[in-house]
Ligand binder design. Structure first.
Ligand code: C6P
Length: 438
């Protein structure tokens, strides 16, 4: 990151002087960002910018992150050497496959500091993890008249499953409102709480506003009143140090592909006391203990929730991703991304006509914005021609878009391998877009 004074000057005076921002020289845990970037083949992708070939500026990390070579190699190596189904084979390749699959579970356990590996359930992603809780826990423990408390900033993944279960069980949903600055006012918790509130489902970090919610406070509040809390960690686990025991959350859902791992794999952390009382969600192979023609008994945790052939190669890739992130340390990643966030905010504020959505003090490097008179899809397409990848649309958060009173936004989201130079390239491209569309 640029030094404070340099950043302030640049922020105040528009476009950055070329070469002033040697931020790829910054380090995370002793490694230069330039070196870290070299670990990611996709970041070497060349695109045409101003008629010249240059590196792609990938700023869609909230949608999915790029993968380091170690992840690609681990998956390739697995398929070349050890490919076999897990928990079924007695031959060497099957044993290797099972060992790798279970090794990643223990890595994830350590990564989020779960008490035991049986609390780590493999799923296909955050969406599947939340659906698992909604259908298994929700259908079992929610009764007619019960209430579920959410926020207005939830991704559809942490809203639709609760709508479906609420409809089925005769429950209702209540919502902590999003304030003008993009925060959730937790002082409203007592106002929205009733003795019928049986669950809180809350996003840790918004994929639109970047806001980091004080989920620990929510959890303490809910627990004092006997309700469990599920945290949507899709955007927080890849960017913050997470300790599920310190947070005391009951469930935490996250996706491998947003944390340098492959697609097709996600995690549900759940407290053993809760998971053990929940019925299976999907039925099939592996999740059983014994089966008769008319009934069955269930496997122990976490296998009760892992029906069918799981994402094995993906677990190998995720294990390599967790090793990679751990080598940088999540504390180091967060510290760097916080600096990058501050710089990006200062620079984005210099773009004339740009409205930024979300001004929370506690936030991550996700920036949703619009430029007056330019449709966000046109803006994203223009930026693509400049070699800058951003997402535009509703970001699977229709109610939040309505609250912001916009049909859609453009969104730039950063990861630890992004640099202040890339912030500048984004800002330069936005200035060009404004000129072009005016
Ligand atoms: N958000 C985005 O571009 P899956 O698709 O299951 O891996 O993750 C779903 C999900 C749940 N919660 C939050 C807060 C999320 O951001 C996402 C995924 C992507 O913002 C794709 S819509």
């Amino acid at each position: 990151m640029v030094k404070g004074t340099q950043a302030a000057q640049l922020g105040a005076s528009g476009p950055a002087p070329a070469g002033a921002l040697l931020t790829s020289e910054r380090r995370i845990s002793g490694r230069r960002i330039a070196e870290i970037r070299g670990d990611f083949p996709a970041l070497k992708r060349m695109v045409s910018r101003d008629g010249r070939e240059s590196r792609v500026v990938y700023l869609d990390n909230a949608a999915t992150t790029q993968k380091p070579q170690v992840v690609l190699d681990a998956m390739n190596d697995y398929y070349e050497r050890s490919n076999a189904n897990v928990h079924r084979a007695l031959y060497t390749m099957g044993e290797e496959s099972t060992a790798a699959y279970e090794a990643t579970r223990r890595k994830i356990q350590r990564f989020v500091n779960a008490a035991r590996p049986s609390e780590i359930v493999y799923t296909s992603g955050t969406t599947a993890s939340i659906n698992l809780v909604a259908y298994s826990w929700g259908r079992t423990f929610l009764k007619e008249g019960d209430e579920i408390l959410l926020t207005e900033m939830e991704h559809h993944s942490n809203l639709i499953p609760w709508q479906l279960v609420a409809k089925e069980r005769g429950c209702s949903l209540r919502f902590l409102p999003v304030e003008d600055d993009g925060t959730v006012d937790l002082d409203r918790l007592p106002l929205l709480w009733s003795e019928r509130t049986k669950l809180v489902a809350i996003v840790h970090m918004s994929n639109v506003l970047g806001t980091i919610n004080d989920v620990k406070r929510v959890i303490e509040f809910a627990h004092e009143r006997g309700a469990p809390v599920i945290v949507d960690g899709a955007q927080s686990v890849p960017h913050l140090p997470i300790d599920v025991q310190a947070l005391d959350c009951d469930f935490l859902a996250f996706s491998g592909h947003k944390m340098c791992g492959p697609t097709g794999i996600g995690i549900l952390y759940g407290k053993e006391a809760l998971l053990s009382k929940m019925p299976p969600f999907l039925g099939g192979g592996e999740m059983i203990e014994a089966v008769w023609l008319d009934h069955a008994t269930w496997n122990e945790l976490p296998y009760k929730f892992e029906a069918g052939t799981p994402p094995i190669a993906e677990s190998v890739g995720l294990g390599a991703a967790v090793d990679y992130l751990s080598s940088l340390t999540m504390e180091g990643i967060r510290a760097y991304e916080e600096e990058l966030t501050g710089y990006a905010l200062r620079r984005l504020d210099t773009v004339p006509g740009l409205s930024l959505y979300g001004r929370a003090a506690a936030r991550g490097a996700v920036f949703s914005f619009n430029i007056a008179g330019v449709h966000p899809h046109d803006l994203a397409q223009f930026l693509d021609r400049e070699g800058v990848c951003v997402r535009s649309g509703h970001h699977c958060a229709h109610p939040l878009m309505r609250k912001l009173d916009v049909p859609a936004t453009a969104r730039a989201s950063f990861s630890f391998y992004n640099t202040a130079e890339e912030v500048d390239l984004l800002v330069d491209a936005l200035a060009k877009a404004r000129e072009f569309f005016s």
